[in-house]
Design a protein around this ligand. Sequence first.
Ligand SMILES: NC(=O)c1ccc[n+]([C@@H]2O[C@H](COP(=O)([O-])OP(=O)(O)OC[C@H]3O[C@@H](n4cnc5c(N)ncnc54)[C@H](O)[C@@H]3O)[C@@H](O)[C@H]2O)c1
Ligand SMILES: [Zn+2]
Length: 350
Amino acid sequence: MSAVTTKVRFFSKLSQAKTDSQVVNVAFVDEVLLKRVPGIKKWLAGFDLQIPLKAGEDLKSASRIEAVVETLVSAPVGYARGRTRFFAIGGGSIGDFTGFLASTFLRGVELVQVPTTWVSAMDSAHGGKTALNAAGVKNILGTFHPAAEAWIIEDFFRKQGGERLEESLGEAAKMALLDERVWKASNSAAEKAARWNPARMWKLLPEIIDAKLRVVARDPVEMKGARRVLNLGHTLGHALEAHHGLAHGKAVGIGLYFSLWVSWCEGALSTEDFFALDRALTMNWGLSLANIRKLRMERDRVARLILRDKKSIASGEIRFIGLKAPCRPVQLVVQIDDLLDHLDGFWDEA
Ligand SMILES: NC(=O)c1ccc[n+]([C@@H]2O[C@H](COP(=O)([O-])OP(=O)(O)OC[C@H]3O[C@@H](n4cnc5c(N)ncnc54)[C@H](O)[C@@H]3O)[C@@H](O)[C@H]2O)c1
Ligand SMILES: [Zn+2]
């Protein structure tokens, strides 16, 4: 673990993002990109070694490490700590896997995150967490290994609307609820009237990344509790993700509405602020609770998922991140039974 702060660099074109010829550069790249992104093969030719990977949760497994290390050590490349850079070129799964490898190969080489999905660009590439899944538990293995640099290259995002953009809106809205600068940048009349498209998200991205980095800087290795605010929307979000297989960002989007509801039920948030924030999720971020009834789960099932999700402090008590006003997160300690009652009310009202 090191306390490096990541330098975030923005590029318009792939050809502007140049590797340093003084070091050994290894590209771990989502194989999907090789077919989808014009000019990528030419760009990758500038690396000393390319390792294409299939993205997804199956990649984040210790069982995948052996074969990749085999490829690394059999390549005619002279690695040395201090002059080897691993590039994670892809979404969060590529970032988590490559980050883990970078933190352990030769006891740690430099990492550069090159996120290519909106979710990874605004979230997983920043903050230094690497992760593998094991024993059926997501992200149970991991290290803190902050990237030396994050390269955000517009060529990867130019055409990436649709599902991938939609999946990121929950995480982006979360940062707006937590951070005044993101809130202001996304809450003007002109912004509210606009539809989400790659150009609009690209414009807001630096503000979202800055907001995440400000939180991370207060608690780089998650020891002081300051990072907990980033769990806003994630208590119900993770349960929906685990039970229904919803995309993370979409599940978090619904979780954000629930976090407002719980904050109001617990008396932390005024009725006026509740309605203003609820409206912002729908109007500014295009989130919605339509079809929510289909997602209703049994109380016992939700309780098990929530308690398994690391947020219980004593038996039956949950640390729940809520809001006391726009951009004012608060940690509420809620009994699981009370939380389940709030959830019953939430399903009924939605
Ligand atoms: N380390 C952290 O702090 C952190 C934070 C949040 C999420 N995560 C992890 O990130 C992962 C989710 O992120 P993700 O959705 O980016 O994951 P992902 O890598 O699985 O990518 C999602 C899909 O997008 C495709 N893709 C990647 N780039 C593309 C592009 N430019 N155009 C079109 N398709 C593209 C991939 O092939 C894949 O099918 C999860 O494993 C999660 O645990 C980590
Ligand atoms: Zn998240």
